[in-house]
Design a protein around this ligand. Structure first.
Ligand SMILES: NC(=O)c1ccc[n+]([C@@H]2O[C@H](COP(=O)([O-])OP(=O)(O)OC[C@H]3O[C@@H](n4cnc5c(N)ncnc54)[C@H](OP(=O)(O)O)[C@@H]3O)[C@@H](O)[C@H]2O)c1
Length: 315
């Protein structure tokens, strides 16, 4: 590349300016994503507030949402600004997305509302519809990330699935998650990149596996314990969302770790790690659990260049 011999515009010899070089430089700068962005996180719960703290430490201007004014002081510690917005508040959502570069949707029913019969639809579908409507008037948002769940695949009796596998939601909740995916994939009519992460069970600090599974120690459980489980560590949720933001990732990606443990292997691991008596499994008793069993490929995300932080389950 030709270096300019003199780039000082106040120089008396302006003929020495290399305008081609300067133009190329300006063009390259315009193509490069800005170092710091305006980012909005709709739903600053377990994942959202961790992501907010991460992005704030990186220097981004983070707006985080909650539906409860009582949570504002707590969230002020990890965000640049807190907005009290519900998923059905179109004016609030429009104001929220207006100046954003990246928007992340990390909502799940919480608080008293979580007990309502239509809590799932109110949370996921209403938020998706309102956001899609708000994005119609936004010209700035260039990246949307939505956190969905691998439950949309339904029960596959232990078989493998990837992002091309047709969905088979086995209950109303998974159907609702699927509907929210559809709405957000179609939102913004291609003006921004939409990335959907399908997560496994979330674990991490404060949501550790020992708290979830130590209760089965020493008990006899029905069935063989051969149902496959899938897990995503909090570190990888934050890591993959940052990867999506900085690489403008588009499309659907499974975000699960590499460990494909059955529920029996998982409970054994937890009990052994904490020197607790293992659970016993009685195959003469029918398992009453209607949970899904499937092995989920994370190859697509790896091929896109993301390297898992927690590739194996950590107890
Ligand atoms: N938990 C899992 O194992 C799991 C598995 C697969 C996928 N996921 C997905 O992962 C994401 C993050 O989960 P999480 O555990 O971090 O959730 P969480 O801790 O329960 O937080 C959910 C957030 O959503 C907000 N919210 C609830 N209803 C809302 C509404 N109607 N409008 C706007 N915001 C609303 C809540 O507001 P408040 O601050 O007012 O409570 C809260 O900030 C969710 O999208 C979830 O579906 C979770």
């Amino acid at each position: 590349m030709t270096q300019p011999t003199n780039t000082n515009p106040s120089s008396s010899d302006a003929s020495e300016l290399d305008f081609d070089y300067l133009q190329k430089l300006l063009r390259r700068q315009a193509e490069r994503p800005p170092l710091y962005e305006n980012v909005a996180i709709i739903g600053c719960g377990y994942v959202g507030s961790t992501l907010a703290g991460f992005w704030q430490r990186k220097g981004h201007f983070v707006t985080g949402t909650t539906t409860r004014a009582s949570r504002v002081p707590e969230l002020e510690g990890v965000t640049s600004r807190v907005a009290v917005v519900s998923g059905n508040d179109l004016d609030g959502m429009r104001a929220l997305v207006r100046e954003q570069d990246t928007v992340v949707v990390s909502v799940a029913p919480t608080g008293l509302g979580a007990l309502a019969p239509n809590a799932y639809a109110n949370t996921y579908v209403k938020t998706a519809n309102t956001l899609a409507e708000a994005l119609r008037q936004s010209t700035r948002v260039k990246q949307l990330v939505y956190l969905s769940s691998c439950s949309v695949y339904g029960d596959r009796r232990g078989n493998w699935v990837d992002e091309t596998t047709p969905l088979l939601p086995s209950d109303d909740r998974s159907l609702i998650l699927q509907e929210a995916e559809h709405i957000l994939l179609a939102a913004n009519e291609g003006r921004s990149k939409t990335c959907i992460f399908r997560l496994g069970g979330i674990y991490g600090p404060g949501r550790d596996l020992v708290s979830m599974f130590a209760g089965v120690s020493g008990r006899t459980l029905p069935g063989k314990g051969d149902r496959f489980t899938c897990w995503t560590h909090l570190d990888d949720i934050v890591g993959a969302i940052e990867f999506a933001r900085s690489n403008q990732l588009e499309g659907i990606y499974n975000l699960v770790d590499d460990s494909k443990l059955t529920i029996r292997q998982l409970t054994d691991l937890v009990c052994t790690s904490y020197r607790l008596p293992s659970a016993r499994w009685d195959s003469s008793q029918m398992s009453t659990s209607r949970r899904c069993s499937l092995r989920i490929s994370n190859q697509k995300l790896k091929e896109a260049g993301y390297k898992l932080i927690r590739s194996e389950i950590s107890v």
